[in-house]
Design a protein around this ligand. Sequence first.
Ligand SMILES: [Zn+2]
Length: 274
Amino acid sequence: MRIVFANSAWVSAAERLILRGGGWQRVRLRVRYGLIFHPVAGPVLIDTGYTPEALTGEGRGRMLQLYGTLLKPELNAAEQALPVLKRFGLSPDDIRTIIVTHFHADHISGLSLFRDARFIASDAAWARVKARSPRQNLRHGVFAELFPLDFEARLEGLSAKRRVEAREDVPGGSDLFGDGSVIAVDLPGHADGQFGLLFTGLERPLLYAVDVQWLLTALTENRAPGFPATLIAEDAAAIEPTSAMLRRFLAVGGEVMLCHDPAPTSYDLAPEAA
Ligand SMILES: [Zn+2]
């Protein structure tokens, strides 16, 4: 199964905000989203990255403004979802499935571009989004206006998926396609309902751990940032146990990839030849 990641935008943040003991210099972060080619489900998006839809949101709450101050996006036109799909000969209507790892703007902002897609996401987290007022959602980093109006009708919740047990230090989770190829692994801490994706059928198992940390170094060197990063976390106390689970996975030979880490990975799309 082919797996590629693209970079929808650049955001920059002072290193000390995203890495304990970091400096004042700014780090240019990526905002990845993925595209996998599943033998049965076909081309599947993993989130949508930042798209222009996310940058015009009005009435932003204080917490979201803080989030925006930390991560001021600069869109990467060449690697927005539509041009990237085109590189693979695909149109938006060819996308029948989008895995939505969590409901932050840089993950859902392009959902409305895909009219024929079902959304695999946490139905429990969606129920909480529905139960909250718009203002409460903003405090959780959720712009309700970024969801397509028929989001719920197209939602395929994680709760209906078969559970796969953890083996030693390889985490378990929900088997998204019923064939064990992609396992959704709960990653509590950063956002309500956040899950990552474990790909087991590779030479080296890969866990796409989304936003558990911004930098891989924060994970591998145990340098998770404190305040104010903890202020914008959904459940700050859960970040450390989740990070420790990822470290154990690394220790048994797994590979961990994050959404925002700036270093290129072997899954990142090569820049298009001019
Ligand atoms: Zn996030």
